[in-house]
Design a protein around this ligand. Structure first.
Ligand SMILES: [Mg+2]
Length: 167
């Protein structure tokens, strides 16, 4: 049975997934990339903000790792109420990732710069949106979805996530 449960004190919640015929694991942090992932051609798709709010209410920590190509990352993060780590290169993304409990992190991205987080994340998700994906990112992906909202929905509907991961 797939499922998700909250545990522990507020702010220390852990989301546990039991994949049928697969493993049990926990995700408590979602790392987002900005361009081509959270934003498409500079715009945040409708519905993404509400989904992020719901995830935060469930106890997920949401952090944006961005090279800030358009200089808008700070404003976007304060608007969405999420943390920002300025990471101009894939190596910087990797360095920031390794400061976290990365075995409980999911990374959502699309580009070559995201290899830094995809290499270590428990779960790597690619969003196949208008800005495209880097071919090498596919090697590290566990799941590929059409949009950022679909990616966030996997954590709001744990049965869908488990259904995609089960053997
Ligand atoms: Mg990107």
């Amino acid at each position: 049975m797939g499922g998700m449960e909250k545990e522990g004190e507020e702010g220390e919640c852990e989301m546990r997934y039991n994949v049928p015929q697969g493993e049990e694991f926990e995700i408590n942090t979602i790392i987002l990339d900005l361009n081509g992932t959270l934003s498409v051609n500079g715009k945040i798709p409708a519905g993404a903000k509400e989904r992020i709010r719901k995830l935060q209410r469930l106890g997920f920590r949401v952090i944006l790792f961005s090279g800030d190509q358009r200089g808008t990352a700070g404003k976007i993060c304060s608007n969405l109420g999420i943390e920002l780590r300025l990471t101009p290169t894939g190596r910087e993304k990797e360095r920031e990732m390794l400061k976290l409990d990365f075995k409980k992190c999911a990374s959502i991205g699309n580009a070559r710069i995201d290899l830094g987080t995809f290499k270590h994340a428990k779960l790597s998700i690619i969003t196949l949106q208008a800005e495209g994906i880097h071919a090498r990112a596919i090697e590290h992906a566990d799941i590929i979805v059409p949009s950022i909202n679909d990616a966030l929905d996997l954590f709001l509907n744990p049965d869908s996530l488990c259904a995609t991961l089960r053997e």
